[in-house]
Design a protein around this ligand. Structure first.
Ligand code: ACM
Length: 636
């Protein structure tokens, strides 16, 4: 017995006239009257445009609240049809329609079941994500693939490694750590390592040498003995992770993968920054999921986790000096200052990480050689902050004087309000206390070009400082933030728009280039150090095929696993400045990624494509090999 909402997308030749036809049905056993219907959909109605056979009461970003025609009574079994006349952007996939909905009667909320958006069948290519079976030229399960593999003999079957008599306590502890990692990821698989000599096993000796740079290592296989050489403890962990992968592959796909018994593998990561970002604001991932995600990053030998802790849809980090950030700013839902968005709309939805939990995450990252880079996204993307602390708003700025690309009104911290800086100093002091990372990421993305222009306080500051537009005011603000972080002995990182309006001091600052591939080169030429993360290749929320039924976002097009894999960050870079390319990063935005099943579909295998781009030199990459391995990746 339920309420149901179904939507159909009607594309128009004039794309400003794309529309939704919706049908709301009452399959309960009682008539429904005096109600409003609310839903969240990625395809938003144009602000101020109309609804046929209903009235749009509110639209906040993706949240729509609609009243039926006056006096409508929906009897059991009846439906109300209405139409959204114009959509801000075309729908591309079945997930662009209502993700969650609810009705409200006399303040009481009832959930509504939503179906996939129906698409234009005549225009649907029908193409779904396809990953080929793939083919290996060497029977080695290793991702990212090592730089040099010269193996002459292999042995089939489950072959464990155990420490040779010469192994130190530290070597044994490292083996136990990586065995535990493998066991957490694949609880149904055999331990790769054991302290006691294993029948049919390989005795692993360790040799610390000075000759490996950048956490490189090598492994020599010689019958029932092997030797792992390394310089740093991290290099030893990387070598052990490779061995754990070899054991896992030989067990999980014995027809394809075996264990080397004669030869040498020599390996070193290509880049120092092999990262993944995760948006925990649009969808809140509990600490246990974050810890497991770090395990997955460690398995792929990625070493940076950019934790996107704040956004319009929720602030997720406990800050002692500003408790409302998480009391008010971490939850959205019916009747709350932050309205429902995306999934789970009929509930109070959200959560945050206590400082104790953050310490656990940081420690887990450290033990797995992963730096946690916190992201506090300012000055834009701050709806949750401004709902929690309305004193940070210029009271004389008209409501809705600008809107972000996601449709939030007046969502940027105001650079002309002294409390803004008091707030940020307190927040960054606690952030620096919690996160030992060299960099703190401050966002800087998607500030609307009309931001602050109707704030009298901002206008006065712009006149005083001779700043001609929003972007120059943003740069003024970000330079202050850079100085604030320098006092905390931290470097600033941000998205590519941090370079706008004159930018910040490039010395020691790092930008993540996301809007298009060419920006990596442009920012490097402007003097910044850059991490390459273009939406068109490394945004793992993008759909993986053109078909309507394939889930995912579409603003950056379609990114098949092969597109992600084949992308080359350094193409077009002159050798003279190539050292300013610090690495590559996957981004996992969670407007669409609202449960583990969809996470796994979107993130794998593409996350590992980014991992391999970060580790393996282009000439050592091989799509068919990667495809073959991809059928055996861990999942969240
Ligand atoms: C971004 O995708 N707004 C960095």
């Amino acid at each position: 017995m339920t309420l149901s909402l179904e939507a159909r997308y009607l594309p128009a030749t004039d794309t400003t006239a794309n529309s939704f036809e919706l049908s709301f049905s009452n399959y309960t056993d009682k008539p429904l009257s005096n109600f409003t219907l609310a839903y969240s959909a990625m395809s938003r109605c144009v602000r101020g445009s109309g609804v046929d056979n209903g009235t749009l009461l509110r639209r906040v970003a993706n949240f729509h609240e609609i009243a039926p025609p006056e006096g409508l009574v929906l009897q059991p079994g009846e439906s109300w049809q209405f139409k959204i006349r114009q959509l801000e952007m075309p729908s591309r996939h079945r997930v662009d329609g209502p993700k969650s909905a609810f009705v409200t009667v006399d303040g009481e909320v009832t959930p509504v079941q939503c179906s996939d958006l129906q698409g234009p069948e005549d225009k649907d290519t029908g193409e779904l994500r396809h990953i080929p079976k793939g083919q290996v030229d060497m029977p080695i399960y290793a991702v990212p693939f090592p730089q040099q593999v010269s193996v002459k003999e292999y042995k089939a079957g489950l072959i464990r490694f155990y420490p040779a008599a010469t192994a130190s306590d530290a070597d044994k502890a490292a083996m136990l750590k990586i065995a535990a990692l493998a066991k957490r990821l694949f609880p149904d698989s055999a331990d790769p390592f054991r302290l006691a000599p294993a029948r049919n096993g390989i005795a692993l000796a360790f040799a610390q040498k000075d000759s490996f740079e950048n956490d490189g290592y090598s492994i020599r296989f010689d019958g029932d003995a092997a030797e792992l050489s390394f310089s740093s403890a991290t290099g030893r962990d990387y070598g052990l992770t490779l061995l754990a992968q070899i054991v896992y592959g030989a067990e999980s796909d014995p027809e394809t993968f075996q264990t080397p018994t004669r030869g040498v593998i020599t390996d070193v990561p290509r880049f120092g920054w092999r990262g993944s970002h995760l948006d925990v604001s649009r969808h809140f991932w509990p600490t246990e999921d974050i810890l497991r995600f770090l395990d997955i990053l460690a398995w792929s030998r990625m070493n940076v986790f950019q934790w996107h802790l704040t956004d319009d849809e929720g602030w997720r980090l406990e800050i002692n000096a500003y408790p409302e950030l998480t009391m008010t700013g971490a939850f959205r839902g019916p009747g709350l200052p932050l309205v429902s968005q995306h999934g789970y709309g009929s509930e109070t939805y959200g959560g945050f990480y206590t400082q104790e939990e953050v310490r656990d995450v940081v420690a887990h990252g450290q033990s797995l050689n992963i730096t946690i880079v916190p992201e506090i996204d300012i000055p834009g993307h701050c709806t949750a902050v401004l709902k929690a602390y309305p004193n940070l708003v210029d009271p004389d700025e008209p409501d809705a004087s600008y809107h972000s690309i996601q449709g939030y009104a007046n969502n940027a911290l105001n650079p002309a309000i002294p409390e803004t800086y008091t707030f940020l100093e307190a927040v960054f002091a606690e952030v620096a206390e919690l996160f030992p990372s060299e960099y703190i990421h401050v966002g800087g993305d998607e500030v609307d070009v009309k931001s602050w222009l109707e704030s009298p306080k901002a206008q006065a500051l712009m006149a005083e400082e001779n700043l001609k537009d929003t972007m120059e005011l943003q740069a003024y603000f970000l330079r202050k933030v850079q100085a604030m972080l320098r006092k905390l002995d931290r470097k600033i990182a941000g998205w590519d728009e941090v370079s706008h309006g004159g930018g910040i001091d490039a010395e020691g600052s790092l930008l993540v280039a996301w809007q298009k591939p060419e920006l990596t080169r442009k920012l490097i030429e402007e003097g910044y150090e850059v991490v390459c993360s273009p939406g068109q290749a490394y945004y793992l929320d993008m759909a993986q095929a053109t078909g309507w039924e394939e889930p995912g976002a579409g603003w950056a097009g379609v990114t098949s696993p092969e597109t992600s894999y084949q992308f080359e960050a350094a193409s077009g870079l002159d050798d003279g400045v190539a050292n300013r390319l610090k690495g590559v990063q996957a981004c996992i935005w969670c407007e669409h990624i609202t449960n583990k099943a969809i996470f796994n579909h979107m993130v794998f295998p593409r996350l590992f494509a980014v991992a391999e781009a970060g580790w393996t030199d282009p000439q050592n990459k091989n799509w068919q090999r990667f495809a073959a391995l991809s059928h055996h990746f861990p999942k969240l």
